[in-house]
Design a protein around this ligand. Structure first.
Ligand code: SF4
Length: 363
């Protein structure tokens, strides 16, 4: 079965005054229908760049796609112009960001913002293009007018829209949704705002939801609730999820499959069980050994020595070589390819490739 979204050999660079930075280096990843894939790695490893490239939101310039394809339902998204891309972004592929306060409009009530999203979805279902829907909203041709266009104090969500707006909030288990629709974003807690963002994204019934560090700004209890909710909604709304996180515990709780990124490369990918029970790449092993388990007392956590390489430098070999306790001669000379080593488990490391170096990326 073809993947819902397939990224092949994606290379993205950023121009900066200090030199060109390769943020993604021939990254390949697939997401299947109704699957939750988590991309994990340290800050700056390229996770968010990957997400932004998928949804066509890379800041160009300074970012530049140098190579690769992003195929969604058989269409190469990188070949689409800005107008065609808007037929996918926010509708078939939705995204929620780390800090919902900066994603929600501070001067519109929660109900207005959700009703607007529902209006666009309805118009699309009626056969109007996303762009046409947006133009009609801007020119006030929608009957009834978009509630957010009415003067403050006089906004009233139409009755039939109100029902759907409240239903959206109920879906993400917001208490007292009929009260919440009249609140402004600043009046809600971080967890509630993130639920609102999830409700808005899911109101579009997207085939793919990209969640970029959606729980980082939340306390542990709220984080667990939001993750559980996302997982449950996957089945209800029939959507796939790409979860970007630096927190291995988060990926472990909800993901079906995990891809580990390091310095712009995917170094290991596997189903979640094998990745945490039998990590193969030394970087994945290092990441896991840094996570406090809480089960054993007096266990000393082992941080990974060294730091991430300077991505302005073109490296020939494995990018982890300066930090790896198992580094060999070949590791500095060639870059290992991501290879199948077990069923549904791929790793890019010479420890798990052919000894003659035939799993190098340059072959
Ligand atoms: Fe370590 Fe070499 Fe494997 Fe890179 S390829 S992770 S340096 S053993």
């Amino acid at each position: 079965m073809a993947a819902l979204l397939s990224v092949q050999d994606l290379t993205v660079g950023y121009e900066s005054s200090a030199g060109a930075v390769t943020a993604l280096d021939s990254v390949s990843i697939e997401i299947n229908e109704n699957e939750l894939v988590s991309v994990v790695g340290e800050s700056g490893c390229g996770k968010s760049t990957l997400a932004l490239a998928m949804i066509g939101l890379l800041p160009t310039p300074p970012a530049r796609v140098l190579n690769g394809e992003i195929e969604f339902k058989g269409t190469n998204l990188l070949g689409l112009g800005p107008k065609r891309m808007r037929e996918y972004r926010g509708t078939q592929i939705a995204m929620i960001f780390q800090e919902p306060l900066s994603s929600l409009n501070p001067v519109y009530k929660i109900g207005d913002q959700i009703a607007e999203a529902i209006t666009i979805k309805r118009m699309r279902d009626d056969g109007r293009s996303v762009i046409e829907s947006e133009v009609m909203q801007k020119t006030h041709k929608i009957v009834p007018p978009s509630p957010s266009k009415l003067p403050r104090g006089k906004r009233k969500i139409p009755a039939e829209m109100k029902e759907d707006t409240i239903a959206s909030l109920k879906l993400v288990r917001i208490p007292d949704p009929d009260q919440v629709i009249d609140r402004y974003p600043f009046e809600l807690s971080g967890g509630m705002r993130q639920r609102v963002m999830i409700a808005m994204a899911l109101s579009q019934e997207p085939a793919l939801l990209i969640a970029d560090e959606p729980t980082t700004a939340l306390d542990v209890t709220t984080q667990a609730q939001v993750l559980k909710l996302m997982k449950e909604l996957m089945d209800k709304v029939k959507t796939s999820i790409l979860l970007i996180t630096h927190d291995l515990a988060v990926a472990c709780q909800v993901a079906d499959r995990v891809a580990v990124m390091y310095a712009g490369d995917i170094v290991e990918t596997s189903n979640v069980y094998d990745l945490f029970s039998k990590p193969l790449h030394p970087y994945t092993q290092g990441l896991i050994s840094c996570v406090p388990t809480g089960s054993k007392r007096k266990v000393v956590l082992k941080p990974i020595p060294g730091s991430v390489p300077d991505l302005r430098t073109r490296m020939v070999g494995c990018k982890y070589v300066s930090r790896c306790p198992y580094a060999m001669q070949v590791c500095s000379e060639r870059k290992p390819r991501l290879l199948d080593v077990m069923n549904d488990h791929q790793v890019a490391c010479f420890l798990h490739g052919e000894a003659d170096g035939s799993n190098t990326a340059n072959n």
